[in-house]
Ligand binder design. Sequence first.
Ligand SMILES: Nc1nc2c(ncn2[C@@H]2O[C@H](COP(=O)(O)OP(=O)(O)O)[C@@H](O)[C@H]2O)c(=O)[nH]1
Ligand SMILES: [Mg+2]
Length: 228
Amino acid sequence: MDRAKRENDTHSKPTLYGNKRLLELDLDYLERRGGETITCENAESGSKEEESPADTLDRVKVVFLGAPRVGKSSIIRQFVWSEFCEEYKPTERRETFYPSVVLADRLYELKITDLPMIPYFPVSSHLEWTDFRYYGLRSANAYVLVFDLSNQDTFQYIRTLREQIYEARDMRGVPLLVVGNKQDELSPAAASGTRYRDIVNLVRKHWRCGYVECSARFNCRVVQVRIT
Ligand SMILES: Nc1nc2c(ncn2[C@@H]2O[C@H](COP(=O)(O)OP(=O)(O)O)[C@@H](O)[C@H]2O)c(=O)[nH]1
Ligand SMILES: [Mg+2]
């Protein structure tokens, strides 16, 4: 993140982009007022504090997407709170987390968005603005697309979603990370199968994006689920 650019953006005149940012803050505020208590969790110190709307200005916005039950919420909770729940609790509404991380001596303040399943990525800004489910998706700074290594059918969902994301917006400079979760349940047979190899090949060689295999359950490589 280019600090000079961020400062420029903050002080820019109310251009279309500037207005969008303001509206975005208002929606964040409304979202917070909607009942859910959103806290600022500092992953370094573990401290919690109330978040004020102005605090959301300079954050790196990361959106987690993937089929239901692949472990998106589990990865986020393991990353932010170091906790894991065996029981499946479907994500019924948008949840937002605000961890801070230090990478290569730099502090990044993240805004991580976890969502109920979306049927498709909003292909136009009109869709994004008319349906609250899609709000903020097109302006994310990074995407984490999660599938379940023990149920490789779930890869198809992120494959389609990735195509839609690339059709919907300019992805230059926007990192996209693919995460294969539930590595603890990847059987040796599946790991040596052609389907698994095809997925890894496609992601690494053709999509040329980051690929991490992790287990939210055992907190294995969850910290490597990061955008650089
Ligand atoms: N074995 C195993 N189970 C996991 C892992 N991550 C999540 N789960 C389980 O998978 C289910 C769905 O997880 P959840 O995070 O709610 O999925 P989401 O719908 O993608 O947010 C829950 O029962 C979790 O306990 C993992 O790494 N290994
Ligand atoms: Mg969830």
